[in-house]
Ligand binder design. Structure first.
Ligand SMILES: NC(=O)c1ccc[n+]([C@@H]2O[C@H](COP(=O)([O-])OP(=O)(O)OC[C@H]3O[C@@H](n4cnc5c(N)ncnc54)[C@H](O)[C@@H]3O)[C@@H](O)[C@H]2O)c1
Length: 391
């Protein structure tokens, strides 16, 4: 497998250009979150002062949920909310997937209960997708739904998890099997938080950005092609533009299909094989790395069905490789992967369904009548298993 960037490295300090924030509105008008679409996603630098605006004045108490790794940021958010006149408290939860457990949700419900949170009070998530999924779930279930504002601090959180209202926790049987649809009352994507994000987390998030390029916005691909280095630099104008564009793609899709019954499936481009790889690797691969391979597989599948040409397949490989993302997977795991593919939520009965491209920016959900077609495409991405794989 292509080497994945080092796990601890972050970007060196640099001056970040301060510009006016960009605001993308999801749905129409100002909603209150919950079942209603109608909220702002604010993207920019130094956005903390805008948090009260998104929380609203009816809330008296605010619970800030953050993982241990973001204690300092969580404290700053809490202090700022206190200064703005809220009664603010924090719930520190275990990091990453460890936080997406029913026991952690129960701990948060306990904090809400002990502090007399009412229906007009609010929850704020500070962290990556794991935290927004858990905090969203807690907010959607407390008193049958209170407001939640997400402050995503990972690239994946900004361009994907915090927008769209899906919440989730894991069970012993699998990831995200329990969850709700609960729209946030607002999302604050403060680009300054990405400076401390390990480089491999940033690159993994870029896989979702590339996905948005292939399914909808070609300009995303052009920006990365013109400078893959700047695309990975949290201080760069290029990354800012990529984030804004990727969020816009997600918002466009979610606005058409809030409950994932139709076009929202397209946002799952690359995810069918990607999820199967994550399962086969027992979630030791980053999601972004797995869907990177999944996108190349989907491109090969589309080519074999005569839907796209060689150039578009090559474009997948070139862009993903330029970011250091993997594009191959071990060739001795097909049966295991096929089992994972059969569990995909897009399938209907025994019919396998994949999101494929009919051309650049033209996704469609396609029924695959015969698994042998998949196996043939897999031959194009398989490589001999090596004992020296590095992640
Ligand atoms: N609800 C949705 O629509 C949706 C969509 C995509 C993914 N998800 C979920 O999102 C989760 C993955 O999200 P993720 O990739 O953000 O992972 P994550 O939330 O686990 O965060 C990754 C790691 O980065 C650390 N971190 C976060 N922000 C940091 C920062 N600014 N500086 C330094 N470290 C930081 C975290 O503590 C964690 O260790 C999965 O659970 C997935 O199921 C949900």
């Amino acid at each position: 497998m292509t080497d994945f960037p080092d796990t601890t490295e972050t970007f060196p300090e640099q001056e970040t250009t301060q510009t006016e924030p960009t605001i993308i509105t999801v749905g129409e008008g100002a909603g209150t979150g919950g079942q209603e679409l109608g909220y702002d996603v604010v993207i920019g630098n130094g956005l903390l002062a805008r948090l009260p605006q998104l929380i609203g004045h009816q809330a008296e108490r605010v619970l800030v949920i953050h993982p241990r790794a973001l204690r300092a940021t969580g404290d700053v958010v809490r202090e700022d909310l206190e200064k703005a006149g809220y009664q603010a408290m924090v719930a520190e939860i275990p990091d990453a997937e460890e936080g997406k457990h029913i026991q952690v949700a129960a701990f948060c419900w306990q904090v809400l209960g002990q502090n007399d949170f009412t229906r007009s009070d609010a929850v704020v998530s500070v962290g990556g997708g794991a935290v927004s999924d858990l905090a969203g779930f807690v907010a959607s279930t407390w008193l049958r739904g209170v407001r939640v504002v997400h402050m995503p601090t990972t690239l994946l959180g900004m361009v994907d998890a915090a927008v769209g209202g899906k919440t989730g926790i894991n069970t012993a049987e699998g990831k995200n099997l329990v969850g709700t649809f609960h729209q946030p009352a607002g999302v604050l994507a403060d680009l300054d938080t990405l400076i401390s994000l390990p480089r491999n987390e940033l690159v993994a998030g870029l896989a979702e950005v590339v996905k948005c390029g292939f399914i909808a916005d070609e300009r995303i691909l052009e920006i990365i092609e013109s400078s893959p280095e700047q695309a990975q630099n949290p201080h760069s104008e290029q990354l800012r533009e990529l984030i804004i564009r990727a969020i816009q793609v997600k918002v466009d899709v979610v606005s058409k299909d809030a409950y994932e019954s139709g076009v929202r499936e397209h946002i799952n481009y690359g995810h069918t094989l990607g999820h199967a790889i994550e399962l086969a690797e027992r979630y030791q691969w980053r999601h972004g790395a797995a869907i990177s391979v999944g996108m190349v597989f989907a491109a090969e599948l589309a080519r074999s069905l005569g839907r796209i040409d060689d150039d578009l397949v090559d474009r997948h490989r070139n862009i993903l490789t330029s970011l250091g993302l993997p594009i191959t997977y071990r060739d001795d795991r097909w049966n295991q992967l096929l089992e994972g593919i059969r569990r995909d939520k897009k399938n209907r009965g025994d019919t396998l369904r994949f999101v494929l491209l009919n051309g650049q920016g033209q996704p469609a959900t396609v029924e695959i009548p015969d698994a042998s077609i998949l196996f043939a495409a897999y031959q194009e991405i398989g490589e001999p298993a090596s004992p020296t794989i590095s992640l």
